[in-house]
Write a protein that binds this ligand. Structure first.
Ligand code: PLZ
Length: 438
């Protein structure tokens, strides 16, 4: 696909508007979309819509298409698999690609201990299953999560998710034995990693009791909650505390995993080796696949038949994953993520120097963000954030927001985006911010 931004119609164009009408009459209004344009094709760093507009993609379908959408090696692998067989169910007649994905995840995830893997379909399902494994292996019930956490939309995982609207509103009662402690959020709390850890551990100790805790589940860089990078030492200290108390550390790397942060997994930046890792999104180039990889003795502590699901480790998704994982390594996409970090952070920091509404610039690799605030009060400015994103959308750039307070603009380009396209996308976003009154 030609890698350049093209605007042929207003955004949304007439075909997208017609589809929006059909959608309103057929699709639940509860399912929302960031942009009102309908996709026709995507690849590299662009998405082409049904009106022929070509948009710069700074979202990767929420951190999924890190190797690009319809990446050639993925397309080829899926095509070969779809002709061989589409499904047998691994629980009925297994197949090699599932085993090969498990071998690759054992090799790629942090730590050189013996590991085992189980495959599922969505990220939420991986988190659910990590909790099942942790409870079965420890004989304990409590699960500790932190402020600003996002872990999914099922009953257990929405309980583990921090933000009430839209994720939990009206959906209670929630799952039992989920407890919340503070996170490390340097821009807001001003604490060192050690200070933040002391606060988190005090909550767990006094309100839950270490001996009751099966697992602490945490995103090494918080995603939906605001692209929050914990203060140095917080995660490593938490891992140490877990080890000392027989509590499992579950790293939710669903958004951070697979080269996204300039390392294969974000835990590597902190030298942390989790007991269990949950993965999805970037694992399979856009096909639905998720995984839990963990210490062999934990993963094998569940009784036979205790984990599974009809579609878990679907053969098309496994074929895609093997091609995707090969692409990360052969094309050095970890290096590509680091190059994106250098290019984008420099630009964002320069913009911050001239605009007091940019309260914070943060992130790692190709998972970068700006937090927008009212310059006089420092209060989160969700309205400004929404206005900037919408202006960028109208100008042909897909950009997402996040944050518990909705005031974070996040950049998640495919790692295959070219530097010129990335710079242009960034120009559009920063121009959109500069154009907002304030
Ligand atoms: N854990 C860390 O980021 C999914 C959610 C978008 P699923 N994040 C995008 C939305 O509004 O639904 C996510 C994540 C982390 C778990 C999940 C859940 O993954 O594949 O969406 O179930």
């Amino acid at each position: 696909m030609a890698q350049r931004r093209v605007l042929r119609t207003a955004i949304p164009g007439p075909r997208s508007l017609a589809l929006a009408e059909r959608r309103a009459a057929a699709v639940s209004a509860a399912v929302a979309s960031t942009m009102p344009v309908y996709a026709a094709r995507a690849g590299g760093g662009v998405v082409e819509d049904v009106d022929g507009n070509v948009l710069i993609d700074l979202g990767s379908g929420i951190a999924v298409t890190s190797v690009g959408s319809a990446a050639p090696r993925v397309v080829e692998a899926v095509r070969a698999q779809v002709e061989a067989f589409t499904h047998t169910c691994f629980m009925v007649t297994p197949y090699e690609s599932y085993v090969a994905v498990a071998e690759e995840l054992a090799r790629l995830t942090p730590g050189d201990h013996a590991k085992r893997t189980a495959l599922f379909t969505s990220g939420a399902e991986a988190v659910e299953n990590a909790v099942k494994v942790a409870r079965a292996a420890t004989g304990r019930a409590a699960v500790v999560v932190v402020d600003h956490a996002y872990h999914g939309r099922t009953t257990l995982t929405m309980t583990m998710t921090a933000k009430v609207a839209p994720y939990k509103q009206g959906f209670g009662p929630f799952a039992p034995e989920v407890y919340r402690a503070s996170a490390s959020y340097p821009f807001r709390d001003g604490l060192t990693g050690e200070e933040a850890l002391a606060r988190t551990v005090a909550t767990i100790t006094t309100q839950v009791g270490a001996a009751n805790v099966a697992a602490v589940v945490i995103e090494p860089i918080q995603g939906e909650g605001g692209f929050i990078v914990p203060a140095p030492g917080f995660l490593a200290g938490l891992a140490r505390w877990c080890r000392d108390h027989g509590v499992l550390l579950v790293a939710d790397e669903i958004q951070t995993g697979f080269a996204r942060t300039g390392a294969m997994f974000a835990c590597e930046h902190e030298g942390v080796v989790p007991d269990l890792v949950t993965m999805a999104k970037g694992i399979a180039g856009g096909l639905p696949l998720s995984a839990v990889t963990g210490r062999a003795e934990l993963m094998d502590a569940v009784g036979p038949g205790g984990l599974g699901g009809t579609y878990g480790g679907n053969p098309l998704a496994c074929a895609a994953a093997l091609a995707t994982l090969r692409t990360y390594e052969e094309d050095d996409l970890v290096g590509a993520a680091r190059a994106i970090e250098r290019l984008v952070l420099d630009r964002l920091r320069a913009a911050q120097a001239g605009d007091p509404r940019i309260g914070d610039v943060r992130g790692r690799g190709a998972m970068l963000a700006v937090e927008l605030v009212d310059p006089t009060t420092g209060a989160p400015d969700a309205a400004l954030t929404r206005a900037v994103a919408q202006a960028a959308h109208r100008a042909g750039v897909i950009v997402l927001t996040c944050g518990t307070d909705g005031n974070v603009l996040r950049l998640l380009p495919p790692l295959t985006i070219g530097p010129d396209l990335l710079a242009e996308g960034l120009d559009v976003v920063l121009d959109a911010l500069a154009a907002q009154p304030g």
